[in-house]
Design a protein around this ligand. Structure first.
Ligand code: GDG
Length: 474
């Protein structure tokens, strides 16, 4: 069975859950990508190829809720070299401004190449003649070229969910040319921000030597590749409806009650990742308490850190650091029944996330670098009464759209303290003015519009040119 539309992503949109009786079932994983792509998938009887998690081998393709899902198994060695190693130990920090030090290991690279090849081969075997294939994210940057070599008849799109770094950083990568050429197999390359697309085009010109003009790259074989920004969004209406529901409203009130009904609640929700700036933000808040600007009777900080990449050393170190910091802050500054920081290392259902967004007065999102940051957008979508304040890092992609947030530089602790205090003290009129404007932005551009725009551009893209070109490889 072949498909006219294929989604190729590192993960399948479902997680495998073991039941008490030992049997296993699939549960849709949380996240906007599935919601965004599902309608397009259904309309085209699409197929999604991805790793199901774990090391189970030879899982059969299956249908879940009307979607064709094709599991691509990985061995323990592949998970270590491809996923934890090259993707998360090398590319992730390199693409996030070197917030941590990337490690360059040749063995990791070899596994990255071979796993990308397996994804490409699987896609080639499942695509109908002239089908559209949409490849996702930094784990699969070689797939476009590999797939084009196998199947020149396909229309190939690629979307990068994380930032694409400036040339000065990217060129550290020993395999920089292979990655650029891998991406150039696509007809359309989508980035979160125009800056990422520009970084890519500049690198292609400098490092591969292809002719470029604005967002276009002209290849010697006569193909044109387009690199453009498509800022991702959320299911804004879906979040709003959830936040409006009675159970979520009740839960929001119950959480505040459990926190001792402080005057204002600050909230942070992040995957536990060193790019998210969790430590600096907690430090800024605790200094405001220490210096008497905030009182624990008046304000509490709820920090949810969702477990992530726990096999990677850097992530274990960060978890310990946060544990120690929270313990010290609460030990030094808290009172009985009144911790300064209410810290949760756990993941939650969507309803609980909506209740947290609904009950929080100040949402604090302070990554050092973030492709977009959907949490910031979800908070805005859940503020039905146009209230609540958003403190947002300038270095999150979302800052380009959410201009009415209190924008901060997460490296500047004093600047963050000022912004936190301003957000805490802002009057209702100020809050409403800012939130209204942000809600308008989010509701006008949701994730369905994002997916539709990418798909439209991919099908419209004029991928041949008749330019006279010099051979590449200057
Ligand atoms: C990458 C880029 C870009 C989190 N915890 C729970 C939960 N979540 C959901 C949130 C949100 C999503 O996960 C996290 O998205 P972010 O954008 O904040 O961050 P990354 O995971 O780093 O995502 C990022 C994104 O891709 C999309 O392109 O914006 O820049 O780094 O939707 O709600 N959902 C549930 N329980 C949790 O405990 N249900």
């Amino acid at each position: 069975m072949t498909s006219d539309l294929l989604i190729v992503a590192n993960r399948l949109p479902v997680d495998r859950v073991k039941n008490d009786d030992g049997s296993t079932t699939w549960r849709k994983s949380p996240g906007g990508l599935v919601t965004a792509i599902e309608p397009v998938m259904r309309a085209n009887d699409g197929t999604w190829i991805g790793w199901p998690g774990g090391t189970d081998q030879d899982l059969e393709p299956f249908e879940d809720d009307g979607m064709n899902l094709v599991p691509l198994s990985m061995t323990a060695e592949e998970i270590e070299g491809f996923y934890e190693g090259f993707s998360n130990g090398c590319l992730w920090p390199l693409y996030h401004d070197l917030v941590a030090k990337p490690e360059f290991h040749r063995e990791w690279w070899e596994v990255y190449v071979s796993v990308n090849r397996r994804f490409a081969e699987k896609a080639a075997s499942l695509a109908a003649e002239g089908a559209t294939v949409w490849v996702h994210d930094y784990q699969l940057q070689l797939v476009p070229q590999m797939l084009r070599e196998l199947r020149p008849d396909l229309r190939i799109g690629f979307y990068l969910h994380i930032p694409f770094p400036p040339a000065e950083l990217f060129q550290q990568l020993p395999w920089r040319r292979q990655i650029l050429e891998g991406l150039l197999g696509a007809d359309l390359l989508g980035f979160q921000l125009p800056g990422g697309a520009q970084n890519f085009v500049r690198l292609v010109r400098q490092r591969v030597g292809h002719k470029t003009h604005k967002e276009l790259v002209y290849l010697p074989d006569g193909r044109t590749v387009r690199a453009e920004a498509f800022p991702i969004s959320i299911d804004a209406k879906g979040f709003e409806t959830l936040a409006r529901s009675e159970p979520v409203a009740e839960r929001a009130a119950a959480i505040r009650e459990q926190l001792g009904n402080p005057r204002k609640v600050f909230l942070g929700i992040d995957r536990l990742d060193y790019t998210k700036g969790i430590v600096a933000r907690l430090r800024a808040f605790s200094e405001l308490v220490r210096d008497g600007h905030l009182d624990v009777e008046d304000a509490v900080f709820v920090q949810v850190a969702v477990p992530s990449r726990e096999q990677v050393e850097e992530y274990r170190i960060l978890r310990d650091e946060i544990d120690r910091l929270v313990g010290r802050i609460n030990g030094d500054l808290g009172r009985i029944g009144r911790p300064v920081i209410s810290y949760l290392h756990s993941s939650y259902p969507r309803e609980e996330m909506a209740a947290l967004y609904r009950m929080a007065d100040v949402m604090v999102v302070t990554p050092y670098r973030d492709g977009m940051n959907l949490v910031a957008k979800e908070y805005v979508a859940c503020r039905l009464d146009d209230d609540g304040a958003l403190v947002l890092s300038e270095f999150a992609g979302a800052a380009a759209e959410l201009r009415q947030a209190w924008l901060v530089n997460p490296h500047d602790i004093d600047g963050m303290k000022t912004a936190l205090l301003q957000a805490f003290e802002a009057d209702d009129k100020e809050l409403t003015k800012r939130m209204k404007a942000m809600r308008k932005t989010i509701l006008a551009h949701d994730v369905a519009a994002w997916a539709a725009e990418f798909m439209r551009m991919l099908s419209d893209v004029d991928n041949v040119h008749d330019k006279e070109l010099n051979p590449p490889g200057r």
